[in-house]
Design a protein around this ligand. Structure first.
Ligand code: ZN
Ligand code: ZN
Length: 156
């Protein structure tokens, strides 16, 4: 069983912040993590692609420095530090995305059932459900399934 620890962030960036992308070293420093080749590579890849990626996709981009054991430790550290969040689609599909800068808020994820693309909907906040008083919420993950715009276009 996976323990779901999700750090989500989706604050809209201000006009001036938008073009100033922090580099991997700054991001690690702010997250209180030491630099390592793997951590830097993962952040660079997620930053370049600007979308959630699976382990396989990240592995493909990492090339020779990829190592299975190190990858898990790297992702655990990055998720724990609030730098990356994990999107669990099902038992076989897990994707990772870079957190947006700023104060965390939980956003909705969209899974396209046709092309299997996972999208962070940073402008769509997770709804706050009213729970019975004796339950304490520690997180909320919303995965919406459907057809993405490009697949919809292809079927028309
Ligand atoms: Zn699609
Ligand atoms: Zn996301």
């Amino acid at each position: 069983m996976e323990i779901k620890v999700v750090f989500l962030c989706g604050r809209k960036r201000g006009r001036n912040e938008h073009h100033r992308m922090k580099n991997a070293t700054d991001i690690l420093k702010e997250g209180g993590l030491k630099k390592s080749a793997q951590r830097i590579a993962v952040i660079n890849i997620l930053q370049a692609k600007q979308k959630p990626l699976s382990e396989d996709a990240i592995k493909g981009e990492m090339g020779e420095i990829y190592d299975r054991i190190t990858f898990y430790r790297t992702m655990q550290a990055l998720c724990g530090a609030g730098i990356v969040h994990k999107i669990i689609v099902d038992n076989t599909v897990v994707e990772y995305a870079l957190n947006a800068e700023g104060c965390p808020h939980e956003h909705v994820h969209f899974f396209c059932t046709v092309c299997h693309a996972v999208t962070c909907m940073r402008d769509v906040a997770v709804h706050r459900y009213r729970l019975p008083a004796d339950y304490e919420q520690t997180g909320c993950e919303v995965l919406i399934k459907g057809v993405c715009p490009s697949c919809l276009k292809a079927t028309r």
